[in-house]
Design a protein around this ligand. Structure first.
Ligand code: SAM
Ligand code: SF4
Length: 363
């Protein structure tokens, strides 16, 4: 008999498992700033499968594979193939978030054949200079000032790779018209907010939905402050002046509020985690590459539950499910709502507490 799906303390069911496959990344986006190396004790493929199976038995219907950069993980296809057996038990969707730079046609085809349903590729600019800046290409050379012409050329080359990745994914069978291929972009005031309209134009030309994400205070390294956040409302207003749009609303448990272009050229989405939090129906469990489970994107490192004791050889599947169930039953996170209420009532400052890093948590 399967376990009964738990509700947390705010009556929210578990729906999505976001599993990070690596904390490493080949880019260094300034709003994310990955470590560049793995933590000790990475989970094996079998351990990851055990975590996914337990989450599905507790109600997770969606698995999102992320990182760091998940295409750095060579066991990605094997993992996707293996979890297909969980579909009859409730797994409905397997999705991947990637920076796209390593997505060849062969890789896209293998991922599709393995049973991946959806791909979201991230790109924060529509020209070489902006892509270089937002992917941290300068910081990777150890010379942040860099030679600007050279940096721009490297940004243009990355942009070309990501645009090709869209074509590869589409040809491999990820159909943007079915929502199987999307584009993520984070917008930071004073850094790439001039790319807002060019990115919309790019997405409209590609025929993919652009998901614009507000800059979030994840981690401790990205110098987050309210002034750098371009709110979803402002983005929608600026885009709507150029391409009028009609609201489609936010799906229950979804992160994105969606809009339809009035001229029929598809849809756009905004993720307003800072300006309009959606903690009330958040159904996401996050597990890091080294097996630490977090019940909130903005969690303190100490609040994570190390699942490895329940993932050792000979451990019982039942014990793992019960441990995760108890974690979920005790969940009461609503950080974004708290941040917003504090900001509105009194202080202009972000809430100060140590947080797990984005590339570790996987977004
Ligand atoms: N490397 C992959 C990628 O970039 O798509 C997957 C991991 S990345 C952590 C997942 C998503 O989180 C990306 O779309 C990225 O833009 C977004 N992200 C990272 N840091 C963020 C921040 N501080 N605020 C908002 N979104 C962020
Ligand atoms: Fe890497 Fe993605 Fe983080 Fe950018 S957002 S540094 S691509 S993990």
């Amino acid at each position: 008999m399967e376990a009964i799906a738990p509700l947390d303390r705010l009556e929210r069911p578990l729906g999505v498992l976001r599993l990070s496959l690596t904390a490493r990344c080949n880019l260094a986006c300034p709003y994310c700033l990955p470590d560049g190396q793995e933590p000790d004790g990475l989970l094996s493929l079998d351990q990851r499968l055990a975590v996914i199976e337990a989450a599905v038995d507790l109600g997770a219907h969606t698995l999102r594979l992320t990182g760091g950069e998940p295409l750095l993980n060579t066991a990605l296809e094997a993992l996707i193939s293996s979890v297909q057996t969980l579909r009859p038990r409730g797994l409905r969707e397997i999705a991947l978030t990637s920076n796209g730079s390593l997505m060849s046609f062969e890789r896209a085809k293998r991922l599709k054949q393995a049973g991946l349903d959806r791909v979201t590729l991230s790109l924060d600019g529509a020209n070489g200079a902006s892509v270089a800046q937002m992917a941290g290409l300068g910081s990777r050379t150890g010379d942040p000032s860099g030679d600007s012409a050279q940096l721009e050329a490297r940004g243009a080359s990355l942009l070309t790779k990501v645009l090709r990745a869209f074509n590869h994914a589409r040809k491999a069978g990820f159909d943007p018209a079915q929502g199987d291929l999307k584009l993520n972009a984070v917008i930071l005031r004073g850094q790439n907010d001039d790319q807002l309209l060019p990115l919309v134009e790019l997405a409209r030309n590609l025929g993919v939905e652009l998901r614009l994400i507000e800059f979030m205070d994840v981690g401790n390294r990205n110098d987050w402050n309210y002034e750098a956040v371009v709110s979803a409302a402002e983005m929608v207003e600026r885009i709507g002046r150029r391409w009028p749009m009609e609201p489609l609303g936010r799906d229950p448990n979804g992160t994105a509020s969606r809009w339809r272009f009035s001229d029929g050229a598809g849809t756009l989405a905004v993720v307003a985690s800072v300006s309009s939090p959606f903690c009330g129906d958040c159904n996401r469990l996050r597990v890091t590459a080294d097996g630490i489970a977090y019940t909130c994107l903005f969690a303190t490192p100490s609040s994570g539950l190390d699942l490895r004791p329940w993932l050792q050889q000979g451990s019982s599947r039942h014990d793992l499910i019960e441990r995760l169930r108890s974690l979920w039953l005790n969940r009461e996170d609503r950080y974004s709502e708290e941040r917003k209420s504090i900001r509105t009532v009194a202080s202009p400052e972000p809430i100060q507490h140590r947080r797990a890093e984005m590339a570790y948590l996987g977004g």
